[in-house]
Design a protein around this ligand. Structure first.
Ligand code: NDP
Length: 248
């Protein structure tokens, strides 16, 4: 097992759900946490808990991953002691425009694709060259079981996660000959704010998604990420698919 104590773990979209749970899991391992999201106040509210849990240090910053210039500036502005990222978790993402594609609002497509696909690419492009130069690093990209099962009213979200899969596989190939590893995590149904976001804040509809099932938790996903990044250095876990026992 590769210890992560003292490693710099950069998590995008750490202000809720899977990202917040991953921050806590890595805090418990003594990692140094580099966390971003748009809701900086949510990140600030997590600081004390993460330090109490064991995080060696924490650096928080506000970032909208859709903004390429802002991504590059934020990475360029990192204090020197935060530049050597060991583990990047490209987690920021969302679903929008749940409905028939020919009736969707194209603004919802823009938000999803700009976040789930282009945002992931921008952050990866800004961070991975440093990993290659330092001969050390692990990129973990948040996929979904939506990659494999296109579901009703979710075609464009599913496409954004299928794109993540191709990007991860392509990145792994491009990094052959370097020690930088690439892993995709494909969760099924995880109870987070994700559903509320996808139904534009309609909590009643969002709650129905988890009726009669025991959904995965953010901690379940964080455990899988921790397992993947702590394998011996010569082992690359390409993909982990996790579903609740209630999901086919
Ligand atoms: P949440 O809504 O709880 O978390 C989403 C996170 O992404 C938030 O921290 C949010 O922060 C951040 N985010 C969204 N847009 C941006 C942006 N433009 N810039 C920076 N951060 C952003 O949902 P989950 O934790 O469930 O989702 C995390 C990932 O897991 C997503 O990629 C999602 O697609 C994936 N996933 C989720 C599943 C589920 O069932 N919940 C299943 C499979 C995959 P903020 O709003 O503060 O910017």
């Amino acid at each position: 097992m590769q210890p992560v104590r003292g490693n710099i773990v950069f998590i995008t979209g750490a202000s809720s759900g899977i990202g917040a749970a991953t921050a806590l899991t890595f805090a418990q391992q003594g990692a140094r946490l580099l966390l971003c999201a748009r809701r900086i106040q949510r990140l600030e509210a997590m600081r004390e808990e993460l330090l109490s849990a064991g995080a060696e240090a924490i650096h928080l910053f506000q970032l909208d991953v859709r903004d390429r210039a802002a991504v590059n500036q934020a990475i360029a502005d990192l204090p020197d002691e935060w530049t050597a990222v060991d583990i990047l978790v490209n987690n920021a993402g969302l679903a929008r425009g749940m409905g028939k594609m020919h009736e969707n609002d194209p603004d919802d497509w823009d938000e999803m694709i700009d976040t789930n696909v282009k945002g992931l690419l921008y952050v990866t492009r800004a961070i991975v060259p440093g990993m290659v130069a330092r001969k050390r690093g692990h990129v973990v990209n948040m996929g979904s079981t939506a990659t494999y099962n296109t579901y009703a009213n979710g075609g464009v979200y599913c496409a954004s996660k299928a794109a993540e899969k191709s990007i991860s596989e392509g990145l792994k190939i491009d990094l052959l000959g370097t020690p930088v590893r690439v892993t995709t995590i494909d969760p099924g149904m995880v109870e987070t704010e994700f559903s509320k976001v996808r139904f534009h804040g309609d909590e009643a509809t969002a709650a129905k998604v988890y009726q009669n099932i025991t959904p995965l938790t953010g901690e379940d996903i964080a455990d899988a990420i921790l397992w993947a990044v702590t394998r011996p250095a010569h082992v690359n876990i390409h993909t982990i698919v996790l579903t609740t026992i209630d999901q086919g």
